[in-house]
Ligand binder design. Structure first.
Ligand SMILES: NC(=O)c1ccc[n+]([C@@H]2O[C@H](COP(=O)([O-])OP(=O)(O)OC[C@H]3O[C@@H](n4cnc5c(N)ncnc54)[C@H](O)[C@@H]3O)[C@@H](O)[C@H]2O)c1
Length: 381
């Protein structure tokens, strides 16, 4: 019998509505322990809550005050997708109300905010908490992960993880909250995109001991959308190089979080190069992954078309394409499976510990980038 988890959504914008869409087509998944039912929504923007009322028939409560939603006994779990400066206020309140939480990244605007969230998680062990990051649920990414886990890569030469956006190349794009330091955070593009590039490396146990970073702010001003130009102080691009220790003397972990990457609309990629085996995947070619087996002979990259081979089985035929809404739904399936007692079919969502580690890395990267130095990463555990 599939368990029903009743959800409240706080923040009904871009990501809040993506969750509604994933939940609405839960019948897409063929084997699930639990399914979400959205019963309550909260946003300051009534156009967005109206969208939920119009499109999600299970919604019974609509409010502008998230505390009212948290007081609703019919809400078991909350998806919180609000701007970064609100995470450290709202996430602890969600846990104090005894609700399970899938919180959006970066899980606090900075390391201090993340510490407040971690303290609330420790104070409420009865609540199940995970952080959002969906791109590694692409079948090609899962192939790379399984390939690495199978061992036998030889010594690792380099790992590169990237998330590249291009819309900020347009100087006429008006500023939004993601380009404002007080709302998005001093990390800039790293706070926005850092969890996406760190999810897989951290899951595979690659925690850099030290980092250097090159930070770029190519567009220091932007239109405000009302006819004026305003400062745009967030970092546009960050290229972070971490040093990961291993038995062979260590290897570089290169992480690119770029808002200004000409030609890339939403390219997430992972590349692992080893002395015996290598593998790579990019959402630029979403149905393919590439791998190389090197035994001293020719160095040939193999390219395999994957189609729809997801962690959680679906009604879609294996030859068809997989895309962003599918990755998002797979992430939600992993969250709900774990919440209902499963093992997320071997690939859980980002844990609070991983979110804390990502803050340790970004904090060091920000310092390294500003000072043009190499910084040790100070992990909490
Ligand atoms: N996982 C991903 O791929 C992904 C993609 C984009 C954004 N995000 C994350 O999702 C979060 C939200 O980003 P978004 O792109 O959906 O932003 P958005 O601006 O589209 O939506 C945020 C919503 O929060 C609402 N809000 C603000 N203050 C509120 C309050 N006090 N109470 C209730 N609602 C409030 C806003 O009105 C807005 O509708 C951020 O943490 C962001 O980093 C994740």
């Amino acid at each position: 019998m599939t368990q029903v988890i009743r959800f409240g959504v706080i923040g009904c914008g871009l990501m809040g509505r993506e969750f509604a869409s994933a939940a609405a087509r839960w019948l897409h998944l063929t084997q699930t322990r639990a399914r979400p039912e959205i019963v309550a929504v909260c946003d300051l923007n009534s156009d967005l809550t109206d969208w939920f009322s119009d499109n999600v028939p299970t919604v019974k409560q609509v409010t502008r005050d998230y505390r009212e939603l948290l007081a609703n006994e019919e809400v078991d779990a909350v998806y919180c997708a609000v701007p970064h400066n609100l995470h450290h206020d709202i996430y602890p309140d969600i846990l104090a109300a005894g609700k399970h939480l899938l919180g959006e990244k970066p899980f606090g605007i900075d390391a201090a905010a993340n510490k407040q969230i971690q303290a609330a998680i420790e104070a409420h062990p009865e609540c199940f908490v995970r952080c959002s990051s969906e791109m590694p649920f692409y079948p090609g990414a899962q192939k790379v992960i399984d390939f690495v886990r199978s061992g036998d890569l030889g010594d690792i030469i380099e790992v590169e993880a990237a998330f590249l956006h291009s819309s900020d190349l347009n100087p006429d794009k008006p500023i939004n909250w993601k380009r404002m330091v007080d709302v998005n955070g001093a990390y800039g593009c790293m706070g926005d995109l850092g969890m996406h590039v760190l999810h897989v490396p951290l899951r595979l146990g690659w925690r850099p001991k030290s980092v250097s970073a090159s930070l770029v702010n190519r567009f220091p001003t932007r239109p405000d959308g009302k006819g004026s130009t305003v400062p745009c102080e967030t970092w546009d691009n960050a290229t972070i190089t971490g040093h990961v220790e291993d038995d062979a003397g260590g290897f570089p972990l290169v992480m690119k979080t770029w808002r200004v990457a000409p030609g890339h609309s939403n390219t997430w990629s992972i590349k692992v190069l080893g002395t015996r085996k290598s593998a790579q995947f990019s959402t630029k070619n979403p149905r393919q992954w590439q791998f190389m087996d090197y035994d001293g002979g020719a160095q040939v990259w193999n390219v395999e078309d994957l189609g729809y081979q997801s962690r959680f089985p679906t009604i879609t035929g294996g030859i068809f394409e997989f895309g962003f809404p599918d990755a998002l739904q797979q992430m939600w399936a992993a969250y709900l499976d774990e919440l209902a007692g499963g093992d997320a079919n071997g690939f859980p969502c980002v844990t609070p510990q991983e979110a804390a580690d990502h803050h340790a890395i970004l904090t060091a990267a920000l310092k390294a980038g500003i000072r043009h130095s190499v910084q040790e990463v100070v992990y909490a555990q």
